[in-house]
Design a protein. Structure first.
Length: 371
């Protein structure tokens, strides 16, 4: 495409700014990948070589657009966090971001959509980190004053900034409710937490007066330097401080009660376990005693059985001995009788001696009585 002859002649600086404005609109509408050098040149009514001459290509002009938007938003947030009561700083920072979203929606779309597309440019994540580093300093001072660990400040800063940034992305298209109400709810959650949310939160007069100076993004510059608070604002801040202290005291008391309940519950559990253990030990002791008694009874019964068996065996032995003795006596008598029968009748004295030895009753009979 050749450069139209009817184009307005501009200085190099003016042409550069024109190309930046045109590219910014196209990048916001189509993204980095959806925008071409041809479209940029056509929208600016110049030839492609003019674009290459100023920026070297699409990546170069995109890097300039992203860098400008990042610097603009960073400067607004830095001014908002400059000085003042911590709550006022938080309110001003939230309002500054939302006003940037409202009045520079094209720039915010570029930052949150594909700022990583061109090398050498900052991403939205790096932008969030830069803002979080500024919030970190504020939180570190507050943590130190309240006895919290300052080392936790970086983590809390990322939480706060991430919450505000994501809300800004949502509000970029929603646009309802208005920015002051959205900022009030953001601060309500960040400042009071879920347990202390206000049903109808509002911003302090100091932050609203500093941000709502009129249409146009430069109006936020009035945030430079803290405005001198009025008596009412001081009273409001003091009330906020008192409310915060009361909430902290309530939380402390509630936590102490919970800890006391937990200790009492632990003690009851330990006492219950101790009683159960004692019951178990007593039951085991009874079982052991019962077992010992059974073993003793069994041993006693075995001893009695052994005694009875020994007595029975002794009796049997005595009976066998007696029977053997009787049998031996009978044999001896029989032998003596047989001996008597073998002695001739002509020797009566021998007969009498043998019979007396066998306890045989001797009766007199005549020599002729052989029966």
């Amino acid at each position: 495409m050749t450069e139209p002859r009817s184009r307005v002649r501009m200085s190099g600086k003016e042409r550069r700014e024109q190309l930046i404005r045109v590219s910014r609109t196209l990048f916001a509408e189509k993204g980095f990948d959806g925008t071409s050098i041809e479209e940029i040149a056509a929208s600016a009514r110049v030839s492609k070589p003019v674009v290459y001459e100023h920026f070297g290509g699409k990546e170069g002009i995109y890097a300039v657009v992203v860098d400008r938007e990042m610097q603009r938003l960073l400067s607004l947030v830095a001014v908002a966090l400059n000085a003042g009561h911590p709550r006022v700083r938080l309110e001003r920072a939230a309002l500054a971001l939302l006003q940037y979203v409202e009045e520079s929606s094209e720039g915010f779309r570029i930052l949150v959509r594909d700022s990583h597309a061109a090398s050498g440019t900052g991403t939205f994540a790096s932008l969030i980190s830069d803002i979080a580093s500024q919030v970190e300093d504020v939180l570190a001072d507050q943590f130190a004053d309240r006895g919290y660990a300052p080392t936790l400040a970086p983590m809390y800063a990322q939480m706060l900034v991430g919450m505000v940034a994501l809300t800004g992305q949502w509000w970029l298209d929603a646009r309802k409710p208005d920015r002051e109400e959205v900022a009030a709810h953001l601060v309500n959650l960040a400042w009071n937490g879920l347990t202390g949310l206000e049903s109808r939160p509002t911003l302090t007069a100091a932050s609203v007066r500093g941000i709502a100076a009129g249409p146009g993004l430069p109006a936020v510059a009035e945030l430079r330097g803290p405005a001198r608070p009025t008596e009412k604002e001081l009273r409001d801040l003091e009330k906020l401080r008192e409310k915060e202290l009361k909430e902290q005291e309530k939380i402390r008391i509630r936590e102490a009660r919970e800890q006391e309940k937990a200790r009492a519950r632990d003690q009851r559990e330990q006492e219950k376990l101790r009683r159960e253990e004692e019951k178990l030990l007593a039951r085991e002791q009874r079982e052991r005693e019962k077992l010992r008694a059974q073993e003793a009874k069994l041993a006693e019964e075995r001893a009695r059985q052994a005694q009875r068996e020994a007595a029975r065996r002794a009796k049997l032995a005595a009976e066998r001995a007696e029977r053997a003795q009787r049998a031996a006596g009978r044999v001896e008598r029989v032998e003596r009788i047989e001996s008597v029968e073998r002695v001739p009748l002509s020797e009566p004295a021998a007969h009498i001696e043998l019979l007396q030895g066998q306890d045989v009753h001797v009766t007199e009979h005549s020599p002729g009585d052989d029966s």
